[in-house]
Design a protein around this ligand. Structure first.
Ligand code: NOJ
Length: 738
């Protein structure tokens, strides 16, 4: 072979990516530091100097695919970012349009890649249920990596809103009710997405999860101390993990729409937290300042939002249409626009958009639904499953069971719950539950399936009688029910938290057959399961497990997997208890006896939730012994060293989530009865005992006062260790001045 030919072949091999090979792992997205960061600042300034006012405003304009989208505006330098593009070819075209603009500034391409792009992972609440940060990070990584391979470089996730209200349909996008778990998950998801090559958007700043009465977009009232103790920590954790952008919330917080809240978006975010990334509005929320009643027209809305600290206008034209005029009229200082543009350009430079080729159209499909991603999806689905009830060890399915009836349209996915559908990239619908069970149960077990409903939503029967007949003829009924269609997600608040539609009617008929019923739930929030809890044999909670969801359920039902998910958000007994959450304050009249009046109780319901935060059963049984601290006195700048012995006293290997809660019984303000301050998920073999150690820094045991100042007070701190927020192993430390 001649040298030339060899060189040509080598060239071909080296340029294979453009022939459609699996794209190389993306460069992780991180804030550059030191010299690199300084060089970026110089490039930002140099570029800014060359921009016209119109081009500057263009960088603040985020428009989306669909009707009215005008790519010519990109070429004119009047659009800095786009969203909702999923097809690589289309993304390549819009980036090309950007390269044809005068200054050739690349576009940020945003998408709600919330729990997957092509491979789907469980809903975020279901991922949080795994209490496994490494796994959650991996799921975000693969989501980011798939999205990046398609040309997307910005995800509108993670949503880190704490919510104590399951009426709110968006609880499913968060990590539940707890600031500590929420912070761990927020950091893990930020790191994962950005390692996968997309910038994250921490959202929604702030308080959106506390929408009054659980009604989406509603006002929020949160006292400052609570805002800092409960709602803000996950944001801070995500910024500390390197999140590059944030999104303001739709709601008004304490009377001020967050989109115009300068104290929040500038005082706190830029001042106290020193955030240097970009802040985007929510969808059309700048214009909505008119409906909020704080702007007379779009021009005023644009002015207020920009001056408050919103850099980019999502899917609105308030900035696009009015900002330049506001500057020319002297109502908005040019410097304020420059500062917003700086933040946008800074993110583009740190993302490497000016250097890196945007998308390899031919290669993109190769990275979708790889074996690796699917394995992570399977693990995430498996570990997110929560076993809420298991009477008489109904599960795993016993060898005596010879026939199983899977009932409910949700058992067989016609489609999965996905956010955005890059169907052109070959999204696969996961295995159905009957199929997955057949594969895992012994060959002599008969598995039948009846959908019962016309659609997944369970609002209308298809053939109810056929379902009951199949159920009655089986040894074990597996009813897969829950929330689908319009019953979950944004704008899907509910006041009734039972099974939607005619599903309860079906469940009661199934129970009436006298056969044991395993209720498998795919929901977007904790439902009220009080009836089910006292009538069915077992309850398995999933929050829509994604592509591998039903296969993971089958693993768990058949006993191939041992459940290890834990409740991230309390399950109420009744809607009337809401908000019901574990880290509430004590009252002057705590309950001492059931039914005792003039204590803080209900006359017609118990106080506690049906399933508390942190709870979840296993096929193993874990016991706790010897809770202890290395030293009882801990200085305010010291660290408590806590340990406990945990044993797997059951017959099977299994994972336990060891949880550490604290309570300060006497302080200058009332402290919550319990607060999660650490957890560890570990695998214990049957019969094995392990010592689990926690380092708890004293500076994490404080609280915020009414002015939002952080204070740590000396005194006794009780420490509880166990497998849920009801943890019973107790030890204590005393915080001392020094
Ligand atoms: C509105 C939602 O509140 C936000 O979270 C989302 O990112 C945008 N729509 C874009 O789809």
């Amino acid at each position: 072979m001649g040298l030339r030919l060899a060189a040509a072949l080598l060239f071909c091999v080296l340029s294979l990516p453009s022939l459609g090979q699996v794209p190389a792992a993306p460069e992780p997205v991180t804030w550059k530091t030191g010299r690199e960061a300084a060089a970026i600042e110089r490039r930002v300034e140099a570029l800014l100097k060359r921009m016209t006012l119109e081009e500057k405003v263009g960088q603040l304009h985020l428009s989306g695919r669909g009707e009215g989208f005008n790519a010519a505006r990109i070429r004119e330098g009047r659009m800095g970012a786009v969203m909702n593009f999923v097809v690589p070819q289309e993304i390549a075209e819009v980036q090309k349009a950007a390269r044809e603009s005068r200054l050739k500034i690349p576009l940020i391409i945003g998408l709600d890649a919330v729990h997957g792009f092509s491979t789907y992972f469980p809903l975020p609440l279901g991922q949080a249920s795994s209490w496994n940060p490494e796994l959650i990070e991996e799921a975000a990584y693969w989501t980011g990596r798939e999205a990046r391979a398609a040309g997307i470089n910005w995800t509108f996730a993670p949503m880190v809103d704490i919510s104590r209200d399951p009426r709110w349909g968006r609880a499913l996008e968060g990590a539940g009710e707890d600031p500590y778990l929420g912070s761990v998950v927020a950091a893990a998801r930020t790191l994962g997405y950005q390692r996968g090559g997309v910038a994250t958007t921490v959202k929604h700043l702030a308080g959106y999860g506390a929408s009054e009465a659980g009604r989406d977009y509603n006002s929020v009232w949160i006292p400052t101390s609570q805002l800092f103790d409960i709602y803000l920590p996950p944001f801070k954790a995500a910024f500390d993990a390197g999140a590059m952008t944030t999104m303001a919330a739709f709601n008004a917080l304490n009377g001020m729409p967050t989109t115009a809240d300068r104290n929040l978006l500038t005082g706190l975010l830029r001042g106290r937290w020193r955030f240097k990334g970009l802040t985007v509005s929510d969808f059309g929320s700048i214009s909505e300042l008119k409906q909020h009643g704080i702007a007379g027209d779009d021009a005023e809305a644009a002015r207020k939002a920009l001056l408050a600290g919103i850099d980019m206008d999502m899917m609105g034209d308030a900035y696009d249409k009015h900002l330049a005029d506001e500057v020319k009229a002297g109502r908005v200082p040019l410097e304020a626009v420059d500062e917003a543009v700086r933040r946008v350009l800074r993110v583009k430079f740190h993302l490497g958009l000016f250097e890196r080729p945007d998308v390899d159209v031919a290669a993109a499909p190769k990275l979708m639904q790889t074996e690796e991603a699917r394995q992570v999806a399977r693990r995430a689905a498996r570990e997110g499953i929560i076993l809420l009830k298991n009477a008489n060890e109904t599960l795993p399915i016993k060898p005596t069971v010879k026939s199983v009836a899977v009932i409910g349209a949700m058992g067989v996915p016609e489609a999965e719950r996905v956010w955005t559908d890059p169907a052109g990239l070959g999204r696969r619908i996961g295995q159905s539950l009957p199929e997955a069970l057949k594969e895992r149960l012994p060959a002599d077990v008969d598995v039948t399936y009846e959908p019962a409903f016309t659609r997944n939503c369970g609002t209308e029967f298809a053939d109810k009688d056929a379902a009951i007949r199949a159920a009655a003829a089986s040894d074990l009924i597996i009813a897969m029910l829950g929330e689908d269609c319009e019953f979950l997600g944004e704008a899907s608040s509910r006041v009734n938290l039972g099974l939607p539609g005619v599903q309860q009617e079906l469940l009661e008929a199934l129970v009436a057959t006298g056969k044991p019923v395993v209720l498998v739930l795919a929901t977007g929030r904790p439902l009220v399961l009080t009836w089910a809890d006292s009538h069915v044999a077992a309850i398995v909670q999933t929050f829509h497990g994604g592509t591998e969801g039903r296969a993971a359920i089958a693993e768990m039902l058949s006993g191939q997997a041992n459940p290890s998910g834990r409740v991230p958000m309390s399950f109420p007994r009744s809607v009337g208890q809401i908000p019901v959450y574990y880290n509430h304050l004590p009252t002057g009249r705590p309950q001492t006896r059931v039914g005792e009046r003039y204590e803080s109780i209900y006359m017609d319901e118990r106080n506690e939730p049906l399933y508390p935060f942190g709870f979840g059963l296993s096929y193993s049984r874990f016991t706790y012994a010897n809770p202890r601290v290395e030293r009882e006195a801990v200085p305010l700048n010291g660290t408590a060293k806590v340990s406990v012995d945990v044993s797997n006293a059951g017959p099977r290997d299994g994972q336990e989530v060891v949880q550490l809660y604290i309570h300060q019984p006497v302080a200058s303000r009332s402290r919550p009865v319990r607060e999660l301050k650490g957890f560890k998920k570990l695998l214990l073999k049957a019969g094995e005992t392990a010592t689990v150690r926690f380092d708890v820094p004293a500076n994490q045991l404080g609280m915020h006062d009414d002015a939002g100042r952080y204070i740590i007070e000396p005194g006794q701190i009780d420490i509880y260790l166990g497998g849920s927020s009801l943890a019973e192993s107790v030890t204590k430390i005393t915080l001392i001045e020094r």
